[in-house]
Design a protein. Structure first.
Length: 137
């Protein structure tokens, strides 16, 4: 793809000697990092033109406000056992950082969101949008 700006970034994206990349699936310009990750950039570093908006969010469902409100109402729950009783489902359990923390994932109650709970001396709640499904298959 040719980005609509000064054109310098296009030449660098096409040259493997430079850390710039373009991901056409998400319309993202990235700087590749040595460890294998990347950083998104929104503006051309040469002329300042804005790049197209990332399409990455299209891979996820929009969270239903009622589902998010129900998750917010759980913030006063103090134990995973109590949370499991309220939600009526057993979570997936993942040990983190050599057992110093545990992550619980509740996937079945809501259609648009998963609840991740981190237990590390207390409970931290994180609502994560579910991946969008391709309904054309």
């Amino acid at each position: 793809m040719v980005l609509q700006c000064c054109g310098r970034i296009n030449r660098l994206i096409d040259d493997d000697r430079f850390p710039f990349a373009y991901d056409p699936k998400y319309s993202e310009v990235q700087i590749r990092l040595a460890h294998g990750g990347y950083v998104l950039i929104a503006y051309c570093p040469f002329c300042g033109s804005r790049f197209p908006e990332s399409q990455r969010s299209m891979d996820f469902l929009e969270i239903d406000p009622e589902e998010l409100a129900e998750i917010d109402s759980l913030s006063g729950v103090e134990t995973v056992d109590a949370l499991t009783m309220i939600l009526g489902e057993s979570p997936e359990v993942v040990s983190l950082r050599d057992g110093a923390a545990t992550q619980y994932v509740f996937r079945n109650r809501w259609k648009t969101v998963d609840l991740i709970v981190l237990e590390d001396g207390g409970l931290t709640f994180l609502a994560v949008p579910k991946a969008a499904r391709d309904t054309t298959k």
